[in-house]
Design a protein around this ligand. Structure first.
Ligand SMILES: [Ca+2]
Ligand SMILES: [Ca+2]
Ligand SMILES: [Ca+2]
Length: 227
């Protein structure tokens, strides 16, 4: 192999790109100095297919759709190669980090939640724990839970939902003779700016009584998430 004339100005390049950047967006321009003229200077590239290097300008651009949740980091091998005989080349690496955008709405893990509680259950008892996932990074993926409607309504509310853990607890005593079915609309929102809200106005929780014995009644709690 002939001695290298062409050299990258750095052995390791780093760049950051938002996951929503469009194809064609430029990240950086490599500097691969080659003292040779014209045809002897040519930069080719090998890597992951999501980025391309212009052989003339050495500008690195986004060449395909990015998704941080699928792949957050690309390690590309850059090859600067001339067209001499024999060809002379040099290599460098480019680490591209894909930055997060809040592009995922929290999704509940179950299409339907169900729980049974006794009418005599103590206030504070945990009934069930909701779980929603949001694959975004940091605050963009931090899920908060809330009840935004209880039907029939009451003041104070019969249920309380821990905003961070998703645990639904009994906040008031139940009385089968008063209410047989509760429906709750709940939502999961993330901490992004603006916040994305999952299943807004589309979640229903239904507290239903099952068979009732003389002394003890059962309640059934259902959460539906209509898509
Ligand atoms: Ca994404
Ligand atoms: Ca999110
Ligand atoms: Ca994201």
């Amino acid at each position: 192999m002939a001695p290298l004339k062409k050299k990258f100005s750095e052995a390791e390049y780093e760049a950051e790109v938002l996951e929503t950047e469009a194809v064609g967006t430029s990240l950086l321009t490599l500097s691969a100095a080659d003292p040779d003229e014209g045809a002897n200077g040519r930069v080719s590239y090998r890597g992951e297919g999501r980025f391309s290097v212009d052989p003339v300008s050495a500008m690195v651009t986004v060449a395909g759709a990015l998704d941080r949740e699928t792949k957050a980091e690309y390690n590309l091998l850059l090859v600067a190669e001339d067209q001499g005989r024999p060809a002379r080349s040099a290599t460098a690496t480019l680490l591209v980090q894909v930055s997060d955008i809040n592009d995922n709405v929290p999704k509940f893990s179950e299409a339907e939640y169900e729980a049974e509680v006794l009418e005599t259950e103590a206030v504070g008892t945990s009934l069930l724990t909701l779980s929603a996932v949001d694959p975004d990074d940091g605050a963009n993926g931090r899920v908060s839970y809330s009840i935004f409607q209880q039907s029939p309504s009451s003041d104070p509310a019969v249920f309380e939902l821990d905003s961070s853990s998703g645990t639904l607890r009994l906040a008031q005593p139940l009385d089968y003779s008063e209410v047989k079915v509760y429906r709750l609309k709940v939502q999961a929102s993330d901490g992004g700016t603006p916040s994305l809200i999952g299943n807004e106005h589309r979640s229903f929780m239904c507290l239903d009584f099952g068979a009732r014995s003389d002394f003890i009644s059962h309640e059934k709690l259902l959460l539906f998430q209509n898509k």
